[in-house]
Ligand binder design. Structure first.
Ligand code: GDG
Length: 459
């Protein structure tokens, strides 16, 4: 059996310091790594001179990380990944920064990864590279003579061609993708926008069986939506910590309906829009005041990037304005919490919420929507309100789908969700739960690795 090699910016395999699996991706990949005697490579998250890889094997899974010098972190991670590619791929041209130094740092770090990882690859290893931090890595590995089967999965959206061409080196970036054998996208929509670029900018053609040809090179590009570890999440919702949290929420709600939002503090998540939609609901439903409240959990992320500091300041001001305008002596309409909680606690909060409000402006997938569905009580589930612009909307069509840019749309959906009968809630929830359960993270991993293993091994 081939070994599986996973390469991503950060490694979330369990270690002696952090023995628990870090989220669904870690669960899916560590199980596969353990079975296939694999290695998970990435950045340690620490700054320092790039030296040797640090290997650690814990619970049958090996991870290998390197430190990166401060300048590399600034240019590759804070710069090109988070200030160029992330906003651009989320359709936010106005927030995208175009700096040659960022691009230089990005390519340099990808070369470093290729240099340090390359010697550890064996001829029949299956290599799986993840996300926008690592787009050129496949190409770098090919330059070093590797003929292995190499796949790439993009966790975020693929942008429309007209937007992508605003990136000075767009052609170079996409050409590098053709070093891979298989490329995976979260949804058909991102796959189609990729096709559009390949046809219109590269003169490529789309063939049978998801094949794409440019010049003499044919690769396969597939839609392969990521799931959550549904089994684990259902168990989490039944854990003692989840039950205690659920009871705490019910008690502190004193009969009011809880609307919950859980999002990394990121401008792509549409937090401002979802506060605006809630505010519109409060303005247009004065009778509902004190029957409902919104709990927004938003752990800060990428706090060293200016646009993230800006969104945080805007949300602080907006939440203050909403509470200032609507709060009563015994009712606060919005609880805005800037910290993270354990998964079990989150599961308890999801289960206590009559509405899960998920309104990203663009999102590759959005796992919170799936977690909300997984955590519900089958006999009395809540209602998911979901942005039509999340990748998850393609699978969770029984949610109340909204346009997050429209406060009226969000307000109407809140009204509809609060009035929804138990029968309708169950009828909407059940097919969504079946999807979350069946197309889970293990299904996703198998679907991708199967496509990669189907690639003929070069003679
Ligand atoms: C990228 C793509 C794609 C959040 N707060 C807490 C917490 N979380 C967890 C959630 C969820 C995860 O973080 C967030 O996942 P998302 O999918 O919503 O978003 P991104 O971080 O932007 O992820 C996205 C994903 O990659 C996978 O491919 O779906 O589209 O942008 O699991 O639960 N977890 C804990 N405490 C918190 O307070 N423990």
């Amino acid at each position: 059996m081939s070994r599986l090699i996973v390469i991503s910016n950060r490694v979330s395999a369990p270690t002696a310091d952090q023995p628990g699996a870090q989220g669904g991706l870690a669960v899916a990949l560590t199980a596969a790594l353990r079975e296939a005697d694999g290695i998970w490579f990435g950045w340690s998250g620490d700054t320092g001179e790039t030296g040797e890889l640090k290997f650690e094997t814990y619970d049958g899974v090996t991870s290998a990380t390197i430190d990166l010098p401060e300048q590399d972190v600034e240019e590759y991670y804070d710069g090109y990944a988070n200030r160029t590619l992330w906003p651009l791929f989320h359709y936010r041209l106005g927030l995208t920064e175009f700096e040659r130094d960022f691009q230089g740092g990005y390519e340099r770090v990808n070369r470093v990864f290729g240099d340090v990882i390359g010697p550890h690859i064996q001829p029949d290893d299956l290599i799986w590279v993840h996300d926008y931090h690592m787009i050129p890595l496949g190409w770098v590995l090919r330059q070093r003579g590797l003929t292995n089967r190499i796949g790439f999965f993009l966790h975020i959206p693929w942008p429309p061609t007209r937007l992508l061409t605003a990136l000075p080196e767009h052609r170079r970036l996409v050409e590098a993708l053709f070093a891979y054998d298989v490329i995976g996208f979260q949804s058909d929509e991102w796959l189609e926008t990729f096709h559009d670029y390949v046809i219109s900018e590269m003169g490529g053609s789309i063939g049978k069986n998801e094949h794409i040809t440019v010049g003499g090179r044919t690769i396969r590009a597939i839609a392969c939506p990521i799931g959550i570890d549904a089994k684990e999440f259902v168990a989490s919702a039944g854990s003692s910590q989840a039950r205690t949290t659920h009871a705490r929420m019910v008690e502190s709600s004193i009969g009011r309906s809880l609307i919950v939002g859980v999002d990394r503090l990121d401008y792509s998540k549409g937090l401002e829009e979802h506060f605006n939609g809630y505010q519109r609901y409060l303005e247009t439903h004065p009778d509902a005041h004190s029957n409902v409240y919104l709990l927004q959990i938003a752990p800060p992320s990428r706090a060293q990037v200016q646009s993230y500091q800006d969104i945080r300041a805007q949300l602080d001001a907006l939440s203050g304005r909403i509470n200032g305008a609507f709060a009563d002596i015994d009712w606060v309409p919005l609880r805005y919490v800037n910290q993270g909680f354990s998964r079990d606690m989150l599961a308890g909060v999801y289960r206590a919420a009559r509405i899960g409000l998920v309104t990203p402006l663009r999102d590759g997938m959005n796992l919170v929507a799936k977690e909300y569905v997984a955590a519900q009580d089958p006999e009395d589930p809540g209602v998911l309100i979901l942005s039509q612009f999340a990748g998850a909307a393609a699978q969770l069509g029984n949610a109340l789908l909204v346009n997050p840019y429209s406060p009226d749309d969000i307000a109407d959906a809140i009204e509809r969700a609060l009035a929804m009968s138990r029968e309708e809630r169950i009828a909407r929830w059940r097919p969504m739960f079946e999807n979350v359960r069946d197309e889970d993270v293990i299904w996703w991993r198998k679907r991708f690795t199967k496509a990669l293993m189907a690639v003929p091994i070069p003679a």
